[in-house]
Design a protein around this ligand. Structure first.
Ligand code: ZN
Length: 283
């Protein structure tokens, strides 16, 4: 099954940075203004300060994967409305709007691909779709990614960015945490490697399930990674948090991630890791 490229996604986070009718973009890190085509060549990393802006799954594919090797899995899966949730608008309408805006069915794409010649089971969250939240579709696709990686004996590489569990699915979204972790543990039992890549932000129920369970845990520079946000923690403990708390570099210093890799070096780093992490032949 070969996936066609998704329809052109909206510029998403870039819209807020656009100036001059889209000709220029402002950096969210240092406020420098560069031509939009400069940010396109750097995959949205600021050439002045190195700030990593959000990148779509389509562009991560182009950045990381060998050309035309991505074959999508489970593109037909769509969310149900298990608790008939409605806030300002009913949940099915929120889903439909997110689908129109992003051209995607839900907040993750998964598939088989090659990276530097290595066959992998590959997944990438889509933050532009309801904040990359993990509901039943995301959880199911992550679980199937691990199961397919185990049965094909190919490493799993999962890029995560998420606000956490999808509250519109209530307890069903929290169940995805146990389901994805269970599938990850079966992958471990099969001695097939998992490389977790955390993008900014990776928080809530996704941070508390598979994100830190890689055999190697990689993060992009400056990414916000943690369970509860800093303001919630400060309000709970009644004090100030240290500088850089919950950022990639802080987590590296404290042993929670193994590597912080700039986006421009991410493909080379993954190729190097995959060269070391070969699954043994099936018993
Ligand atoms: Zn900058």
């Amino acid at each position: 099954m070969t996936a066609p490229d998704q329809p052109p996604p909206s510029r998403g986070a870039n819209d807020a940075r656009a100036l001059g009718g889209g000709e220029f973009q402002r950096c969210e890190g240092c406020a420098a203004v560069h031509e939009t085509r400069v940010f396109e060549t750097t995959y949205e990393v600021c050439p002045a300060c190195g700030h990593h802006h959000r990148l779509s799954p389509e562009r991560y594919r182009r950045l990381l994967l060998d050309d035309a090797t991505f074959a999508a899995w489970d593109t037909h899966l769509e969310s149900a409305d298990p608790i008939e949730f409605s806030a300002d608008v009913p949940y099915p309408e929120r889903i439909a709007a997110a689908q129109r805006e992003t051209g995607a069915r839900d907040a993750i794409e998964t598939g088989r691909a090659r990276l530097g010649g290595h066959d992998i089971a590959y997944g990438c969250f889509r933050f532009a779709f309801l904040g990359g939240s993990m509901g039943s579709v995301v959880g199911e696709k992550v679980a199937r990614l691990f199961e397919r990686a185990a049965s094909a004996r190919i490493p799993a590489v999962l890029l995560q960015t998420s606000g956490g569990a999808r509250m519109q699915e209530g307890i069903v979204s929290l169940m995805q945490m146990a389901k994805t972790v269970g599938a990850r543990e079966r992958l471990r039992a099969a001695c097939v490697p998992f490389v977790s890549v955390m993008l900014g932000p990776t928080t809530g129920g996704v941070a508390a399930s598979t994100a830190f369970l890689g055999d190697v845990n990689v993060a992009e520079p400056g990414a916000l990674i943690g369970f509860a946000g800093p303001r919630v923690i400060e309000a709970t403990v009644g004090g100030r948090l240290p500088e850089g708390f919950q950022r990639s570099e802080f987590l590296l210093d404290h042993g929670m991630v193994d590597l912080v890799v700039p986006r421009a070096e991410l493909r080379a780093a993954l190729v190097r890791l995959l060269g070391h992490l070969r699954p043994p032949p099936a018993a």
